[in-house]
Design a protein around this ligand. Structure first.
Ligand SMILES: Nc1ncnc2c1ncn2[C@@H]1O[C@H](COP(=O)(O)OP(=O)(O)OP(=O)(O)O)[C@@H](O)[C@H]1O
Ligand SMILES: [Zn+2]
Length: 729
């Protein structure tokens, strides 16, 4: 009988690979998936009930009772618990750590999700209507009533956003406003302002909509500007009409504002929840609860939102699926794209991975038929893809890195009143400050990296650990007064362009100029309103944006990535350049892309000039197959860091011996090596790579290996992590 269960097994957000048992007199099967507050150590913690065990390994006398089971809100469903368990297993992260990641902090304090975290619908009451009818003088409350009546029933958070929303509390107190039931969801799928689809778009939508096989993974490969977003929106329309929920993942917060308004505009009656890590706690918890209770129709968010519980889930969309920001680079190192595919299979729903430049892993899956390939070869609005040309800079005199041809092209656009973008993926003024007389250079004291010159606020700053210092007036080593910034970043290009084109409005877009979401949105708004002529931007400008007046993209400094050591460097460079080039000429004006390079004959650039992603991908994959790199092998990286490099290396050597004692015949265990950027924030870092030809034996091996490693005594200052399917090797 249910009431006999007196034990709860709880996953707590602690970095230990185990679960904890507690006593609870009134526990029942309905408690699985509920948040629970329990005593832990000298304090309290909130976790999630994962099971009702009959017995515990802990002696009965040492079991403690729970403090509170949170029964007012819906329990997390079984499929969510399975998802979390899968991520814990696959990425070899303690279940508690995965829960700590997946569950918003607001919910982790089990008592905090009170009614105030709800966001109910608000409308005028009868008294409110009466007050409006015999209004004699103006007041903010009355103005708010008028605004709300015009806007129609709104959520409380939206009412507060109305022009006189500050009067909300007072108006509520007067009894003029009240909570009303949610408006009918019947037209949640009704679309507003959907353009007629192109032939290719329609074919893609129909292919996906008509296959009713439950799970299928679609790779939507569409050139830049081909209208992939429109395909997502049409698929979402159909899902909403069936009463299903849609999960839409986007790579970066930077991209959400534009997409959010596009989605909200298309589905005015649907409840759209956006989730990202930069959000206030309350908003994230609220969004999560909306989704959990099935009230959210569309969840739009960055990688973290892959963990949103969705009882009516019908479709998963992953935009820019190749983007590296889907992979978390610390803590639980999951790939939201891969987890999304797993989740779609678990729930037997379709998942669409979209990109102009798919990851080679996904592209290979599509080639082998494991993913279903869909192509959009034509742009939706523009006549053609931009013309891409290389400017051979070997024999040119450059002006602060800018070639005469690029400057002339910028001048042309200026006279025609069109916008240009100069793309340089390096922010700051110059990557290093140096002394020509003694050779001193501005090293970061904590990292194996240089301090970057930021002339805008006269600081030297490390882009890895964040430490900063004033720019010295003289060389700290020899006293020479003539120390110079060496190399170029966006600030320097911005300054030079402003000198060369005094009549132009030059706007810099990088993480320094768009530090907050508000700054970023206002920059985007200024560009869209045509308040800038020349943009100087980093990869923040590369993806997703759609500015119809932008017709020229100039690329400088790209060669640096051509010879990088990481085997994925060419893939990343190609993706980035194709994405950024794709910003040019997206509406009715023809676009042009100029790439400054010393290697105009390089195959990567040749493929770019020909817009030939497939040729690039297949030759890159041939090279990888030859070398035995992913996707032709599977990798797990063990990383260790400590104040002393020897400690990190010793640990890894020990790990290597443990691995070899467990004879892994189909496995290759490499020697530990210092990481390329060895020192980061005063810690020395090293890594050990394990590779296999198949995933299953690798996973079995790593599970045992991690267990052995966890049992080792290690120096107190040493930390180690496992990275499954690492992106950087
Ligand atoms: N069927 C259509 N008819 C008219 N315009 C369309 C259609 N589909 C999309 N568009 C417009 O074409 C432009 C490009 O579409 P969208 O931004 O969806 O492309 P995308 O494939 O996501 O591009 P990218 O990968 O470069 O970000 C947008 O301005 C969009 O409104
Ligand atoms: Zn540093």
């Amino acid at each position: 009988m249910d009431s006999q269960h007196r034990l709860l097994r709880v996953a707590l957000p602690v970095p230990l690979p185990r679960l904890f048992d507690y006593l609870c007199d009134d526990a029942g099967p309905g408690d699985i998936g509920r948040c629970v507050r329990v005593p832990f150590g000298r304090g309290e913690k909130t976790g999630v009930v994962v099971a009702l065990p009959e017995t515990s390994d802990v002696a009965a006398g040492r079991l403690k009772p729970v403090i509170q089971v949170q029964r007012e809100v819906a329990a997390l469903p079984d499929d969510w618990l399975e998802l979390v368990a899968f991520v814990s297993r696959y990425y070899h992260a303690p279940i508690g750590e995965v829960i700590a990641l997946a569950l918003p902090p607001g919910l982790r304090r089990a008592d905090a999700v009170a009614a105030e975290d709800e966001d109910p619908f608000i409308d005028l009451t009868e008294q409110g209507e009466a007050a409006l009818a015999d209004r004699r003088r103006d007041s903010r409350s009355l103005r708010l009533l008028i605004q709300l009546r015009e806007a129609g029933v709104q959520r409380r958070s939206q009412v507060r956003e109305l022009p006189d929303g500050q009067a909300f509390a007072e108006t509520l107190r007067r009894g003029w406003l009240g909570v009303v039931p949610a408006p009918e969801r019947a037209d949640a799928g009704a679309s507003r302002s959907a353009p007629p689809l192109t032939v290719e778009q329609r074919a893609a939508v129909e292919a996906i909509a008509e296959s009713d096989e439950g799970f299928a993974c679609w790779l939507l490969q569409g050139v830049t500007g081909s209208g992939k977003t429109e395909v997502y929106l049409q698929l979402a329309t159909a899902a909403l009409a069936r009463g299903e929920q849609v999960l839409m993942l986007v790579p970066e917060i930077a991209l959400t504002p534009q997409l959010e308004s596009r989605v909200a505009g298309r589905f005015p009656a649907a409840s759209v929840v956006s989730l990202h890590s930069a959000q206030a706690e309350g908003a994230r918890s609220r969004g999560f609860m909306h989704a959990l209770e099935g009230r959210a129709d569309i969840v739009l968010g960055t990688r973290l939102s892959v963990f949103t519980p969705l009882p009516r889930l019908g479709l998963i969309l992953v935009d820019e699926e190749h983007d590296a920001s889907y992979k978390q680079q610390e803590g639980v190192r999951y790939s939201a794209r891969d987890v999304a595919v797993w989740r779609a299979r678990q729930r037997q729903v379709p998942v669409v991975l979209g990109s102009a430049t798919p990851s080679l892993e996904s592209w290979q899956h599509a080639r082998q038929g494991r993913y279903r390939a869909l192509q959009l070869r034509l742009r939706a609005r523009a006549e053609a893809l931009p013309r891409v040309r290389c400017i051979d800079t070997r024999r040119l005199r450059l002006d602060e890195g800018l070639s005469p041809a690029l400057l002339a092209a910028l001048g042309d656009r200026l006279t025609r009143g069109e916008q240009s973008l100069v793309f340089l993926n390096r922010r700051g003024y110059a990557p290093v400050l140096s002394c020509p007389s003694c050779g001193w250079i501005s090293h970061c004291p904590h990292c194996s990296a240089n301090l970057v010159v930021h002339l805008a606020d006269r600081r030297l700053r490390c882009h890895h650990c964040g430490c900063d210092a004033a720019i010295p007036h003289a060389c700290p080593s020899c006293g020479n007064q003539d120390i110079q910034p060496f190399g170029r970043g966006t600030q320097r290009i911005e300054a030079r362009l402003a000198e060369l084109f005094p009549e132009a409005r030059v706007l810099r877009i990088d993480r320094d100029s768009a530090r907050t979401r508000r700054q970023w949105e206002s920059l985007l708004a200024r560009i869209a309103a045509g308040e800038a002529d020349i943009l100087v931007g980093t990869q923040m400008m590369a993806k997703g944006h759609d500015f119809p007046q932008l017709t020229l993209v100039g690329v400088i400094g790209a060669d640096a990535s051509l010879h990088a050591a990481d085997f994925r460097a060419p893939e990343r460079l190609f993706q980035q350049l194709m994405q950024v080039g794709g910003r040019a000429g997206r509406a009715h004006l023809p676009g042009e892309v100029l790439i400054q390079t010393e290697y105009p004959e390089h195959p990567l650039y040749r493929c770019l000039v020909g817009h030939d992603f497939d040729r690039f991908a297949s030759s890159e994959l041939d090279a990888r197959e030859e070398a035995g790199f992913p996707p032709f092998s599977f990798q797990v990286m063990l990383r260790a860091d400590a104040p002393r490099l020897d400690d990190a290396l010793d640990f890894l050597r020990h790990a290597q011996r443990l691995a070899q004692a467990h004879p892994p015949d189909t496995l290759r265990v490499f020697d530990p090596v210092p990481m390329r950027m060895t020192r980061l924030a005063r810690r020395e870092r090293a890594q050990l790579l394990v590779e296999a030809d198949a995933r299953a034996p690798l996973q079995r091996f790593v599970t045992e290996w991690v267990e052995l490693l966890r049992a080792q005594r290690i120096p107190r200052e040493l930390r180690w992590q496992v990275d499954v399917d690492p992106l950087e090797v």
